[in-house]
Design a protein around this ligand. Sequence first.
Ligand SMILES: C[S@@+](CC[C@H](N)C(=O)[O-])C[C@H]1O[C@@H](n2cnc3c(N)ncnc32)[C@H](O)[C@@H]1O
Length: 342
Amino acid sequence: MNPARAELAAIAAALCDPQRSLASLVGEAVQLRRLVERHSRLSMERQDGLRDGESFLPSGWAISPVQAGLCAREPYRSAAFIQGLALAVRERLDVSGGRPVRVLYAGCGPFALLALPVMAVLDADLVQFAILDVHAETLAYARELITALDLDSHVGEYICADAASYRIPAGAMPHVIVSETMNTALGKEPQVAILRNLHAQAPAAALLPAAVTVHLGLDRRAPDEPCTDWGRVFTLDADALRAWKQGSNGQGDSLPAASIRLPEVLEQAPRLLTRIRVYGDIVLGDHECSLNLPLPLPGKPTLAGGSVLDFHYRLGGQPGLAFCLRKTPESIQESHKTDSHY
Ligand SMILES: C[S@@+](CC[C@H](N)C(=O)[O-])C[C@H]1O[C@@H](n2cnc3c(N)ncnc32)[C@H](O)[C@@H]1O
């Protein structure tokens, strides 16, 4: 066997083992990152030009090949997605009647990182990938790496397209869709638009991540303390995708989100907390990777205790959560008092 493929096989067996805890897989995820960087033509050692090749799509920011490669340096995140993907594919395999499970990997990055271990542990007659990225350069790196690892037979198609508008061919409906095209609080990058487009065409496909929820609360005060959660602002999962498709909500340029009343006394500035259920009970919680870092509210506003924030999710080129401050009787009285000074 090709030595690089043999090395990958050993790492992959661990990463795809559902019995392993995510914390115990960090070492293997680091080994995987080193392996892909060694065998890729893309140099990750550069200090400049990190954003060369990025683009701003109608659905959000598509990061550059190097920035997408840097995602591999988040071992806990990678372990969660790889273990989840292996689980989703094996579950589908159990009910596929011997036919290969089709996976659509939307936003593969230069290393097709999440797919490689699954390709290494399952034969090509069990799993077939459609590998997609909007950047031709990124897709070319992924293709070269897959060839270098002797895994070509696992790929049915390489697709250079915007996953937020891509039409899936009728005969190629995926059983599993995996896309990690997100940023904290589902801002900036097109995760929501991509899953909306793909799920609408393949509603029976398993989604990874299965659910992303954004909450409003406070950051933890010490590393061993939990964050404070005042309530869920927004959910991205199969139920929400179905509801947005069916209802009148979400047909325009925004999606509905919750309203949250702040506590009367604010000890710190509120934060948006991003929690990800990758698949099954595989989760990424507060502070577990960069995607889960508590984020200040847009514009870092100064807010009074007791204010009510009406949130919505803005679609388009700069996607993300936004809010309006609700006018309460007290705040109207306050503004009259202020007015009376003039
Ligand atoms: C955050 S990186 C993830 C890379 C890799 N999947 C991983 O998890 O390590 C996101 C990738 O998605 C691609 N991407 C972003 N928006 C896209 C879109 N609308 N359609 C297709 N690819 C997109 C970017 O070019 C980038 O390669």
